[in-house]
Design a protein around this ligand. Structure first.
Ligand code: FES
Length: 112
């Protein structure tokens, strides 16, 4: 196989990255709406991409906490090292979907 040109290599790397990105199933309660949640896209944006404009948001960078939700099931990873949640809140299942990406199928809901 001949070496890829720089442009082809870029397209190839993007295609490989996209092919390797898992897409999980997310469920938003209490609305009971399902949407695709790619592992590299914050849950807030994934929901909006699916037309679900049901989550509050403001800063979209993990600091204002207006999007806070509870993770009823599943796992998430964060785009930033330490989102605006205490260790206790994280332990209790609170997440910030503007910077949290699905790492499995997830169910999220209101923080109460
Ligand atoms: S929108 Fe500000 S923390 Fe999520």
């Amino acid at each position: 196989m001949p070496p890829l040109s720089p442009k082809s290599a870029t397209h190839h790397q993007a295609a490989v990255a996209q092919a390797e990105c898992a897409v999980f199933r997310a469920r938003l309660e209490p609305a009971g709406r399902n949407f695709d949640a790619p592992a590299n896209l914050p849950l807030l944006q994934a929901a909006e991409r699916a037309g679900l404009m049901l989550l509050a948001s403001s800063c979209r960078n993990g600091t204002c906490r207006s999007c806070i939700c509870r993770l009823a099931s599943g796992q998430v990873t964060y785009l930033i090292e330490w989102p605006g949640l205490s260790a206790e809140e994280k332990q209790a299942g609170f997440i910030l979907p503007c910077v949290a990406c699905a790492a499995s199928d997830v169910v999220i809901g209101p923080p109460f």
